[in-house]
Design a protein around this ligand. Structure first.
Ligand code: NAD
Length: 431
């Protein structure tokens, strides 16, 4: 099939490259001309394992091209995915300005039947708005369909997730739209849930909100473990082996971040409010998540007595490992609080330093590795569970530090072993 993907960010670029790898001809479009220029020259603007090779291979074989013109994609391709950002507004609503803009541009340029697919995460009823917008600006009355096909990939394992998802969700109104999307996803041989557009939109928001709830739930349990001296790792294991609960998303830590969970949770709460349903559980989920970040700062303070004039070594800036994405990363908020308390920050992340430099700019000393961070630090705080932080030489680290203090906000070390080496240690929900 000829497919165009509008919005070439984490979702658009990965989806485009994967669709191309499945044998389709794909045009990835973005209005960020610098990004498109980079992509055309073979350079990838984001870090995602395996993406560079995938893009390169499909460009070479002529299945993947890039453009900054929506018109070009709409003219050449029957299936058009919208994968632009849907960020949060100040009041928590999803900002759908980009989706509206793209819908209008598609309507103006459509030469013949087109299937327009929402891949961005959008509030329920967005499909109707997209359809209405296209109808208004499609002056020649050309036939079209709108469908919803929410994306469930995770940054850091995006290609694997796209190619081997648990399910594909398709929300459609017509048989034609259904048949096109089923055909497109056929090579993946994955169960497809075909439903109406509104239900598909809600499936995405409800799924992310549920996962966020699981994280806040285990974080709240970890707080009890902390207070009574139980071990959250053991508790989560005991819970997770129950298939009704499942092992995933039961890692207590510094809270969730990223460009999806916080914004999708807010958007879902707002939708519920607007239709007169008080989704109180989700408001608590947000509260627990905010508390987790304050908790990490408190744990550092408890071990150092005062934060002022202390040097805190931060390991990890991205919101999770294997990505350079720092959007809504707990790290950034924790760093900012520590700075307000008068601490000096040294930091290292394997992939997110360039992005972090642009935001944190002054006052953070960016280091070349974990050992440089440890040098002269009063406390080392692990904020992202990158694999390379799991195998550090702690004897060396102890010698480099001003004081041997570790706050392990992702519970990647065993407290007993670390304490045996002479460190003062705090994890989340374990001692
Ligand atoms: P992103 O910010 O990385 O990418 C969005 C891209 O859209 C940007 O490159 C931007 O320049 C482009 N864009 C904006 N307006 C445009 C326009 N008018 N014309 C062309 N391009 C335009 O965002 P993302 O992380 O890829 O997320 C995209 C959507 O997918 C969001 O709704 C998000 O919630 C959803 N989603 C994201 C993930 C994830 O892990 N990042 C997973 C599932 C779903």
């Amino acid at each position: 099939m000829n497919i165009s993907i509008i919005g070439s960010g984490y979702v658009g670029l990965v989806s485009g490259a994967c669709f191309a790898d499945l044998g389709n001809k794909v045009i990835c479009i973005d209005n960020d001309e610098a990004k498109i220029k980079k992509l055309k020259s073979g350079s990838i603007p984001i870090y995602e394992p395996g993406l560079k090779e995938l893009v390169k291979r499909n460009m070479k074989e002529g299945r993947l091209t890039f453009s900054s013109k929506i018109k070009e994609g709409v003219k050449k391709c029957e299936v058009i995915f919208i994968a632009v950002g849907t960020p949060s507004k100040d009041n928590g609503d999803a900002d759908l300005t980009f989706v509206e803009h793209v819908s209008r541009e598609i309507a103006i340029s459509m030469p013949a039947y087109r299937l327009i697919v929402e891949k961005s995460t959008v509030p329920v009823n967005t499909g109707e708005w997209v359809e209405q917008t296209i109808r208004i600006f499609n002056k020649r009355n050309i036939k079209f369909d709108v469908a919803s096909n929410p994306e469930f990939l995770r940054e850091g394992s995006a290609i694997e997730d796209f190619m081997h998802p648990d399910r594909i969700v398709i929300g459609v109104k017509s048989k034609k739209a259904r048949d096109i999307l089923i055909e497109l996803y056929k090579p993946l041989r994955i169960p497809v849930v075909v439903t109406d557009i509104k239900s598909a939109e809600i499936i995405k928001h409800a799924s992310n909100s549920f996962l966020a709830t699981k994280i806040s739930f285990i974080n709240a349990v970890a707080d009890i473990c902390d207070k009574v001296g139980a071990d959250i790792i053991e508790v989560a294991k005991g819970m997770g082996l129950d298939r009704r609960i499942g092992k995933e998303f039961l890692n207590a830590g510094a809270g969730f971040g990223g460009s999806c969970f916080p914004k999708d949770l807010s958007a879902f709460i707002r939708i519920a409010d607007k239709v007169g349903c008080d989704f109180g559980i989700l408001k608590e989920v947000q509260k627990v998540n905010d508390y987790q970040k304050r908790l990490v700062v408190k744990k550092i303070e408890d071990l150092l007595w005062n934060l002022s004039k202390k040097t805190i070594g931060v390991l990890g800036l991205s919101f999770k490992p294997n990505t350079d994405d720092i959007r809504q990363s707990p790290s950034l908020e924790i760093i900012s609080t520590l700075q307000k308390e008068g601490s000096k920050i040294k930091a290292y992340d394997p992939e997110a330093m360039n992005k972090a430099r642009k935001i944190l700019r002054q006052d953070v000393e960016f280091c070349k590795d974990a050992y440089s961070v440890a040098r002269d630090s009063d406390c080392l705080v692990i904020l992202t569970e990158w694999n390379e932080f799991k195998e550090l030489d702690f004897k060396k680290i102890k010698k480099l530090m001003k004081q041997p203090v570790i706050v392990d906000s992702r519970n990647i070390y065993g407290p007993t072993e670390i304490k045996k080496l002479g460190f003062r240690y705090a994890g989340i929900g374990r001692r």
